[in-house]
Design a protein around this ligand. Structure first.
Ligand code: NAD
Length: 727
């Protein structure tokens, strides 16, 4: 296999083309790096070569590092990672110095990169090591260093080069937030040097004109000073102190990547460039040896992508949706209509009254107007998307729909009637999906004449923002319905998980106990501030009390009443109800009523925790240990995930982990509940949950699966990581 090839022309320009065989996007492999190294050696040694242009044979430049490279390096332990990274540094540094005499900075050969499109991760770190970067005038191209998003940082010199090129402050959004830019913005920010219609031609021209001084990077020139100041410069001092505080404030110290990145920049800024690269490699090694980074890469990159590509799709012919009927144009229906129309699917949006249907459609108008004002969409695009949505009250319009998504009131009688009315019109082979959040699918399927074509497609609110869709199989749901749901989710570019039918399915089953545990603690007299901070310090995006304010306290009351009615004496959450019923009675319904566990100002902006909590539920004199609160909040979710697996609701731990992060923000640094349990270890977890169960009750009882795994020294990914565990 040849990833890189070189052609030398009569003018003395060597064109190196990166074109990974059999892939639509270039990623850097071990073999590729070795090939590039050999070609650079050849070009530098060949007297006929005056300069080099590196480009891609594909429409994009590169998507980043092949993650197998990282996995391969890790097999050699910390030394393996460090040596692997240093190998890459040597190659890039060779490109940067390009054969020049380091003392006189003369005699090097100019090397430029020409980016036809997207350049991410190592796909930008390599260009940053060259002397000039040309990008095609391609507004669709994305340029940046997104590593931080999957729990690592740019470890191929990108951290050191970019912070020295732009200064720590200007580099921060690209390094710390993984900000991506189109070529024009990348040029304005100083990430790349030029935007050209034909970047290869422009790069070639530049290479032929370049002189010795053009090849010397600022950090290799005499008297280099870091833009914005080094750490001991008064301005730099402020930047680093501020950045350190900001990172801790934002991540609560749970994301090792942000800390390691900042350390690499700070320590690197104090020493010469080559030592800085070594420091960067050390921090990168430190990070890769931290289980959080492997877990994040596994869930947020590898497994998320596998699920999106249909890892659990049953064998069935292509089920691409052409025309979707959405019944109920309320909050959810309107959102589902928008994402469907955006994906190019024809939409029939039905409600009881024409006004309601129109209001549902106008939700799309609003979102498109907002996108236009942010220059993310055009008037033509808006017209095109809106033209796909037919808002009506007439069920006859559902003729020809190959998929129905029902999002009417959460009432089985209404849903049954809607199912019958729709099935009277739609084609025999159409699939009918319900967006119910609480009603069992198998029960709702009783209203259907074709229960094998009946399925749950559970969206999260707001539909246009939330990335997860939970697909629920009822008892009689057939494989084609699952394939249809998965193909639909793929069309609308979301991530699916497929689960079996049980109370609250998967996501709500785990998140409700989290909220309830926080509320229970309030009733016990635990300080609400302590509860909220304990959750955030574990990496939960919202504390349980803020979360229930967001989802609304009356919804909590509604769910509590329905659950109590269904469970009778076995209902375990009386202590929780005392608190939320009291808040609901006082009209404190959460953010929407501008009063809940928190106070809100007139504009609905959250202020502090409500002082009335302490009056109704006085804080105990002795507060529990932070760790105990964190264990309660994390295990209450994770044990529920294990039970869902044990009971066969969840069939694949990959779905359990990806679904938890995307569905309710389960501490992303951990890779999800199963990854977190693996990080903790089954034995240690069982010991902790046994203790919690003894102190707080059977909701913490160690599931048999976990205690068996503890006894055998097993891990979830060791045991179930390869995929499905149940059919
Ligand atoms: P909503 O009250 O905003 O909208 C329901 C809409 O259905 C209303 O516009 C109503 O007029 C319409 N409707 C009622 N009966 C109808 C009928 N017979 N024919 C046509 N239209 C009819 O409710 P929502 O929040 O959009 O929820 C809808 C469904 O989605 C519910 O099953 C709910 O449990 C589920 N769900 C809600 C959320 C959420 O966060 N709100 C999340 C996931 C799932």
């Amino acid at each position: 296999m040849t990833d890189f090839t070189m052609q030398k022309d009569a003018d003395g320009v060597a064109l190196i083309t990166w074109d990974l065989p059999g892939k639509s996007m270039n990623v850097l492999t071990m073999e590729g790096a070795a090939e590039l190294n050999a070609l650079i050696d050849d070009a530098l040694a060949d007297e006929a070569v005056k300069g080099v242009v590196i480009t891609s044979g594909k429409k994009d430049f590169a998507g980043g590092m092949d993650l197998n490279v990282i996995a391969g390096m890790k097999q050699g332990g910390a030394q393996g990672v460090f040596d692997g990274v240093m190998g890459l540094h040597h190659l890039l540094r060779k490109i940067e110095l390009a054969g020049m005499d380091f003392k006189t900075k003369k005699g090097g050969k100019p090397i430029a990169t020409a980016l036809p499109g997207t350049a991410l991760g190592i796909g930008l770190e390599l260009p940053l090591a060259t002397h000039r970067i040309f990008a095609a005038d391609n507004p669709k191209a994305k340029i940046g260093l997104p590593e931080i998003m999957v729990g690592i940082f740019p470890g191929g010199g990108g951290t050191t080069r970019l912070s020295r090129k732009l200064g720590a402050m200007a580099a921060a959004p690209f390094l710390l937030e993984g900000k991506l830019s189109d070529p024009a913005k990348a040029k304005a920010a100083g990430l790349i040097d030029e935007v050209a219609t034909d970047p290869v031609a422009a790069a070639r021209e530049w290479v032929l004109r370049a002189t010795d001084v053009d090849l010397v990077k600022p950090w290799d020139a005499k008297g280099y000073k870091m833009p914005g100041g080094e750490p001991y410069h008064p301005a730099g001092f402020m930047t680093f102190v501020g950045a350190s505080a900001m990172i801790h404030g934002k991540t609560m110290g749970v994301y090792p990547a942000a800390k390691a990145l900042l350390s690499a920049v700070y320590e690197g800024a104090l020493v010469p460039f080559d030592t800085a690269l070594k420091i960067e490699a050390r921090w990168f090694t430190n990070l890769l040896m931290n289980p959080s980074s492997s877990a994040m890469i596994r869930s947020l990159f590898i497994n998320k992508e596998a699920l999106e590509k249909g890892a659990n799709r049953p064998e069935a012919p292509d089920q691409t949706v052409k025309k979707v009927g959405i019944i109920g144009a309320g909050m959810m229906g309107a959102g589902i209509a928008y994402v469907s129309a955006m994906a190019g699917i024809e939409v029939v949006l039905i409600d009881n009254a024409q006004e309601a249907a129109d209001r549902g459609k106008s939700y799309s108008t609003g979102l498109l107007d907002k996108a236009i004002s942010r220059k993310k969409a055009s008037e033509e695009k808006k017209a095109e998307v809106l033209a796909r949505i037919t808002a009506t009250t007439d069920y006859a319009a559902l003729q020809g729909c190959d998929l129905i998504v029902e999002a009417v009131f959460e009432d089985p009688t209404v849903k049954a009637e809607v199912t019958k009315r729709a099935e009277a019109v739609i084609p025999e082979d159409a699939i009918f999906a319900t967006n119910t959040s609480t009603l069992p699918i198998s029960g709702l399927a009783k209203a259907s004449a074709r229960p094998e074509q009946f399925i749950g497609i559970h969206f999260f609110s707001p539909v246009d923002k939330m990335l997860l869709v939970e697909i629920i199989k009822g008892k009689e749901t057939g494989p084609r319905a699952v394939a249809k749901a998965l193909d639909f989710v793929r069309q609308i570019k979301k991530t699916p998980i497929v689960v079996n039918d049980a109370r609250f399915f998967y996501a709500n089953r785990c998140i409700i106990p989290y909220i309830n545990e926080g509320i229970r603690m309030v009733a016990e007299g635990v300080s609400p501030t302590l509860i909220e901070n304990a959750a955030k310090m574990m990496g939960m995006p919202l504390g349980p009390l803020q979360l229930v304010d967001e989802t609304s306290i009356d919804l909590g009351v509604k769910i509590a009443k329905a659950t109590r009615a269904a469970m009778g004496d076995a209902y375990p959450d009386g202590a929780v109800d005392d608190v939320i019923f009291k808040l609901a009675d006082a009209g404190r319904l959460g953010r929407k009523s501008k009063a809940g566990f928190y106070d809100y100002d007139e504009a609905g902006k959250r202020q502090g925790l409500w002082s009335g909590i302490a009056l109704a539920w006085p804080e105990a004199d002795t507060q529990p240990e932070l760790t105990e609160i964190q264990h309660r909040l994390m295990y209450i979710q994770s044990l529920e995930a294990v039970r869902a697996l044990e009971e066969g609701v969840l069939e694949d731990i990959r779905e359990g982990d990806v679904g938890a992060i995307l569905g309710w923000g389960f501490a992303p640094w951990s890779g999800g509940p199963f990854s977190w349990l693996d990080i903790m270890g089954a034995a240690r977890s069982a010991e902790i949950t046994d203790g919690l169960a003894a102190k707080f009750g059977p909701r913490f009882a160690t599931p048999k699966l976990l205690s068996d795994m503890a006894a055998k020294g097993e891990s979830f990914y060791g045991k179930f990581g390869a995929g499905k565990v149940a059919a």
